[in-house]
Structure formats: structure tokens, C-alpha cells
Design a protein around this ligand. Sequence first.
Ligand code: ZN
Length: 161
Amino acid sequence: MAVTESDLTYLRRCVDLAREALLDGDEPFGSVLVSGDGVVLFEDRNRVKGGDETRHPEFAISQWAVANLSPEERAEATVYTSGEHCPMCAAGHGWVGLGRIVYAVSSAQLAAWLAEWGVPAGPVAALPIGVVVPGAVVEGPVPELAAEMQALHRGRFTSLT
Ligand code: ZN
């Protein structure tokens, strides 16, 4: 299944959530959970500025989904996200049995940008989702959104005046 116009609409909402996070002093990541029949169920953005580095939106989606959806509803849902899941979030996704993932920017793209900007690598390897969850159905990256996401990530390391 390729990325569709409606996928792009949800991804643009993820980019908006990422921008909201950045402007609030968090890292620019945003994610949206959409049901099998196209209803937005839950959305969140990065919330690590308080010091809890596990507060990623994709992990929040897994926790919300397991509390609120049946296994069948989880399998039919799609997770849209501005950046490919990190291994923690990919594992959460796999363990709770969520469905398709569509991301704007890959972990490899982000890692390359950070290296180019001289930002030290984080403590967790930037593994692709498919390595962590071999059965996951994953779409991305989406070239139309790369420049905008690169600018948001660049914004973490420059003043936002
Ligand atoms: Zn994560």
C-alpha cells in the first residue's frame, strides 16, 4: 500500500504537532492514531523537556491504545508519525499489536542530519522499525515532508527568535 492523500493529511497533522512540541521546548516529534474507519482516536507530541526521555508520542499511543481499544481495533488502526519510531516505541507498537505505521522522516535520515550538525548520538541505536518488529507494515519516508521536518529538527539546535 502506497502513501495516499489522506495519509499525507494525517502526516501534516503530525508535523504540526512536532512544531508545537518544538515551540514548547520539547523535541519536534508528533504522532496521530487513526482507526480502521478513518477516525482520529488520539494524538500526542514529544514531552521530554521535564526530564523523562521516554515520553515519546508513539509510546503514548501504544499506552492509550492498550487501555482503550480491543486487539482487533488496534490491529486495524494506523499510526502516523513525523519521525520513524525509535526502538522503544517500535517495541511498544509491536507488543500491543497496533497496525500500519506511516512516518514522514526515517531514523536514518534524522541520524544523518544530527551527525552533519555535530550532535552527539543518543544512547539508543537508530534501528529501523522492521528490525525491531519484523512483521510491521511500514510506509515512509515521505519526501514531500523532509525539508519541513529537517528545518524543525535544525531548530532544536539554533535559537528560535
Ligand atoms: Zn520513541
